[in-house]
Design a binder for this molecule. Structure first.
Ligand SMILES: Cc1ncc(COP(=O)(O)O)c(C=O)c1O
Length: 426
């Protein structure tokens, strides 16, 4: 299909959902208070944010970031490789290494670019990359650029991953085998069985284990040290990738490893590091301040879990289908894409901000509303959310008992379905 046709095809679909008033994406937020936002003059309770610890509105983080602007200016003026490298970046790398339990860290300007840059440097066409089928788009993009052989294993299935490792080693004995998964999956909220996956390294120590912990950092592990710490398998992970765009109230990303040579190679060779501007001072200082706060106030992480457990139980009491979430991300599985769009609009009208995810972001026929909670959500806000959900769940017939009768919601994974990494809804 030529560019013009592709564009027209997309725009026809876009107009169709916009005409029905159900396009939930790119909603302009006029003002935010963290757990509440204003959109189109309407104040809404936000249950779709990744700011899990609510730190992007903590006055200490805001003040430190503002001071950093006065001290360092607003932009970095170049890539870290050349003129944009600040002592702040090095401080942050040391602090993060200590926090996640690895010896060295390289900071990038976003999480997406950390995956793209790191996978691009570490992997060659002779290698095989084994990805969990539900991995994030940045991982699939990063692997695609390397021209390595990509194979997926069934979601969170360590036995299947092991089988793939054995097949890959037999088929391509001269290449390296990479095992890439996430700590917490961004749509389902499921925690990966990292203990089982890390055990693959016992039998195959040469396999390179790369963990994207975008949604586990600040959420799991002692004081928010991440999913690898939660399972006490940090020493078995070769590379831990994390982002600052979730719990760390900023933007940016990093790669942590015990291998200094490997990280120096990555620092000097990552194309998204060398050919992209450095993380601005305000964002860097925001993360440093979050780490200070987490060290002093680990109870923030406890509060996040309290909120999460309360909401998970309440969702089940209402009868919602929520899959196997064990994190602050709690999906409401709805089934049909169309119903998910209409449900999201109904939530909006009732004063709640939460967005749908449809195929290929999630398995076919399992469209969901992605809800995510913050440690700063107040009980009165959670009460409102639950009473709205209870009412709308009945109205839309999306309770477990209703879905069992709905053939569309039974659709599952099909051979040839796109991996989750492709996030084009329209
Ligand atoms: C699992 C995962 N990895 C990487 C990223 C990219 O991170 P960032 O938003 O910091 O670029 C995301 C963001 O959505 C993510 O969910």
């Amino acid at each position: 299909m030529r560019l013009r046709q592709r564009c027209e095809h997309f725009n026809a679909l876009h107009s169709q959902i916009s005409a029905q008033g159900i396009n939930p994406y790119f909603r302009p937020i006029a003002q935010t208070w963290g757990t509440e936002v204003e959109v189109g003059g309407k104040r809404l309770i936000m249950i779709g944010s990744n700011d899990y610890l609510g730190l992007s509105h903590d006055p200490r983080v805001m003040d430190a970031s503002a001071q950093a602007v006065y001290h360092w200016g607003t932009g970095p003026g170049g890539s870290r490789f050349l003129s944009g490298n600040m002592v702040l970046h090095h401080h942050l790398e040391e602090r993060l290494a200590d926090f996640v339990g690895k010896r060295h860290v390289v900071v990038h300007v976003t999480g997406f670019s950390a995956n793209l840059g790191a996978l691009g440097v570490l992997i060659t066409p002779a290698d095989t990359v084994l990805c969990d089928r539900e991995n994030h788009a940045s991982i699939f993009e990063g692997v695609k650029n390397t021209k390595a052989r990509l194979a997926t294993f069934a979601h969170n299935d360590a036995a299947h991953a092991l089988k793939r490792v054995e097949d890959a080693k037999a088929a391509r004995p001269d290449g390296d085998v990479f095992l890439v998964t996430e700590g917490v999956f961004s749509m389902s909220g499921e925690l990966a069985p990292l203990d089982e996956i890390a055990a693959i390294k016992d039998a195959h120590p040469d396999v390179v284990f790369y963990l994207d912990d975008a949604h586990g950092l600040g959420v799991f592990g002692r004081g928010g040290r991440g999913s690898a710490d939660h399972f006490r398998i940090t020493d078995k992970v070769d590379f831990i990738m994390g982002t600052f765009s979730k719990s760390m109230a900023s933007i940016g990303g990093f790669i942590a490893s015990d291998d200094e040579d490997m990280l120096r190679y990555l620092r000097y060779q990552s194309r998204t590091q060398i050919f992209s501007a450095a993380l601005p001072a305000a964002n860097t200082v925001a993360v440093l301040t979050c780490l200070d706060i987490l060290a002093k106030e680990p109870e923030r992480v406890d509060r996040l879990h309290e909120v999460t457990v309360r909401m998970r139980h309440a969702y089940r009491d209402i009868g919602l289908r929520i899959g196997n979430s064990s994190s602050p991300i709690i999906p409401i599985i709805i089934g049909s894409d169309e119903k998910a769009f209409f449900f999201s609009r109904a939530l909006f009208e009732a004063g709640i901000f939460a967005l749908p995810a449809v195929y290929p972001a999630v398995p076919r026929g399992q469209a969901l509303i992605r809800t995510a909670y913050m440690s700063t959500h107040q009980d009165r806000q959670l009460d409102v959310v639950l009473s709205v959900l209870e009412k709308l769940a009945k109205e839309f017939r999306i309770r477990e008992c209703d879905l069992e009768e709905d053939p569309q919601s039974a659709a599952g994974e099909e051979e040839g379905d796109a991996p989750r990494g492709k996030l084009s809804y329209l």
